[in-house]
Design a protein around this ligand. Sequence first.
Ligand code: CAA
Length: 380
Amino acid sequence: MDFRLNDDQQMLRDMVRQFVEKEARPTVAERDEHGIWPDALVKQMGELGLLGVAVKEENGGAGLDYISYAIVIEELSRVDASLGVIASVNNSLVCYGIEKFGTEEQKREILAPLATGRTLGAFSLSEPGAGSDAAAQKTTAVRDGDFYVINGVKNWVTNGDHADTIVLMAMTDASKGVKGITAFLIDTHQPGCRVVKVENKLGIRSAHSSQMAYDDCRVSVSQRLGEEGQGFKIAMTILNAGRIGIAAQALGIAQGAYEAALGYTKIREQFGKPIHEFQAVGFTLADMATRIKAARLLVYEAAWRKDQGLDYVKDAAMAKVFASETAMWTATKAVQLHGSNGYSKEYPVERFFRDAKITEIYEGTSEIQRLVISREITRD
Ligand code: CAA
């Protein structure tokens, strides 16, 4: 068993690290403070191939493996968790879903521009009344000849206000329950699709999350992703992959918070010596480093299983729950090690602390991950 990254993966990590250090770090605090969407950075991510990392080259992507994808999201999030989620949504919730379930025409017309960053994608499953209970869809899609007419409200649409394409779940036959849900590829520029509001959030403030409404939005049958009634299965399959992305985002947040704490405890002196020399501080740093290493192993193994074509539902859920709780724990301790300075916006740890929280919530709360894991391990 070889735990080392190969040369290509190492070069990719260096390239993304250089990009975020030079281009994102100088503006990350201001974008967070004012909720500024990182327009230029999203374009640059597209040019660098970071928006279609694991998409096949023939479909416009970089054609890399899922471990490489996890590395990209981790490195982006180590500096800017907002960039991490913008990229994660486009890569796994949108591109992966279209590549796996789309027609050749959808791959050519819709996936290729998304994978190269010429367009941006979003994913719409959550509704005001359908969060953890994702099957409780109220949005409807009614067939009308060669079209479907979509009505309803979706919320927490990451990238929604900037997206060109949305993978949207809607009910085509309520009498069939989860088997009555169908997936669509919405072109946001078409009539009947609008942004209701952009949420004012605790963290990942530079990445926008919107509430969106569909009012008699007519989409052609060619915009259906998969078959009628396959939508819930498609959403769940997409989320399995997405959870590796969010686990990698959480890992990057934890790493960023740890590095900030490590640096601070080396220069901050109290009682005549750097505070890392106090055992209470040194042991906290040791626990941070250990938990982060364990999280990284879980994330990479889940990605590796996906690359090998092995089942990874349980592994992605384990990676997500562990990495997100590691991010929250590490960021909380990082604030504590900074003392009052950790509470100030002059230092990055308060942002990591706010950004970490959402990783325990979106793409399935920690409770849902534990539900998924417990179902998988008790199946036989
Ligand atoms: N992978 C593949 N298929 C799955 C699956 C999975 N992880 N989970 C369920 N399914 C399939 C089941 O096999 C079943 O299909 P069959 O009948 O053909 O076997 C079907 O889906 C229904 O499954 P369940 O009976 O288990 O469904 P349920 O109603 O009990 O709910 C749930 C399952 C796990 C609770 C699910 O609703 C869930 O994951 N909820 C969390 C939703 C979520 O993650 N939302 C995130 C929103 S997106 C977001 O956050 C985006 C963002 O902006 C960042």
